[in-house]
Write a protein that binds this ligand. Sequence first.
Ligand code: UGA
Length: 434
Amino acid sequence: MRITVAGAGNVGLVTAVCFAEAGHQVTCLDTQKEKIEMLEKGQSPFFEPGLEPLLEKNLASGKLRFSTNPRQAYRDAEIIFIAVGTPEKKDGSVDLSYIYIASYHIAENIENDVIVCTKSTVPVGTNEIIKQIFQNRKPRHLKVDVVSNPEFLREGSAIMDFYLGDRIVIGADNPEAASIMEQLYLPLKIPIVVTDIKSAEMIKYASNAFLATKISFINEIANLCEKVGANIEEVCYGMGMDKRIGANYLQPGVGYGGSCFPKDTKALVQLAGNVQHPFELLESVIKVNQHQHSLLVRKAKEMFGSLKGKKAAVLGLAFKPETDDVREAVSLTIIKELLEEGSMVTAYDPIAIPNAHKLIGNSIEYTTNIHEALKEADFAVIATEWDQIKHLPLDAYIAYMKEPIIFDGRNCYALKDIQRYPITYVSIGRPTIL
Ligand code: UGA
């Protein structure tokens, strides 16, 4: 099929590349000229494992092309995916202006009947507005079907999730459009759920809100474990064996970050408020998460009394491993609070430094060498569970730091390994090793 994807961000680009790889003729459109020029050379503007080789391959075969020109991109498309950004407004609601602008451009430039599929996460009811836009602006003789097709791709494993996802959700009012979408996805052999449009929109928010709830829940249990002397690792293992609970998304830590959970949870709270149905549970999930972001700095303050003049090594800047994305990363809160306390910070990350530098600037030092970050540090704070950190021999902390004191926000090390070294180790929901 002839597919156009509007937006070359994490979702749009992965979608475009993967559909091209599946044999479709794909055009990916973005308004940022620089980004498109990079992509035309086969370079991805962000890191995603496995993406660049597929990008290069499908550019070379002519299955994938890039454009900044809406006319060229939309004119003869059969299916158009909207995957543009939906940033958060100051009040926690969603800024839908890019979605609406993309819809205007589509309506003004199509020359065929088309299915317009919303991949971006949008509040329940948005696709109704998109439908209205087409009603008002499309050429009269053309048929536009609007479909909600939320994505469940995780950064860092997006390609794998595209091919091996748990389900594909298609929200459509017109069974004919739903059936074309089903045909498109059929070769992936992933279970397909067809719903009405509003339910599809809600599935996406409810899924992310539920996962965020699971994380805040287990973080609260971890905090409680510390108070009563239990070990969260054992607790998670015992809980996760119950199939109704499941062992996934039960990793305690310093809270969730990224471009999705923080934004989507706030948007759902906002949506619930708008219909006079306050979502108190989710409000607590958000509050617990914010509190968790500050946990390690609070613990460091408790240990040292004052952090003024202390040298801190922050290990990991990305919001999770295998990505260079630092949006809403816990590291940002940790660094901000350490600086407020008067500490000096050297941060390590294998790939996220350029993105972190754009937000933090020169108030800290950066390095891609862990040893360099640890050198003469009074304490280390682990914010991201990169393999490079998990596999760092523990004697490196002893060799490089002033005193080997670790605040591990991702429980990277087994307590029995730490016990073999003269290391002070504070982790999440497990006994402190002194
Ligand atoms: C999340 C969802 O997992 C995807 O299904 C969804 O498509 C995506 O949002 C989106 O809405 O676009 P993502 O934000 O890329 O994906 O990353 P996750 O792997 O879900 O991690 C989110 C955050 O939760 C990270 O900060 C991670 O460290 C944290 N987390 C995750 C935990 O603290 N504990 C866990 O057990 C799992």
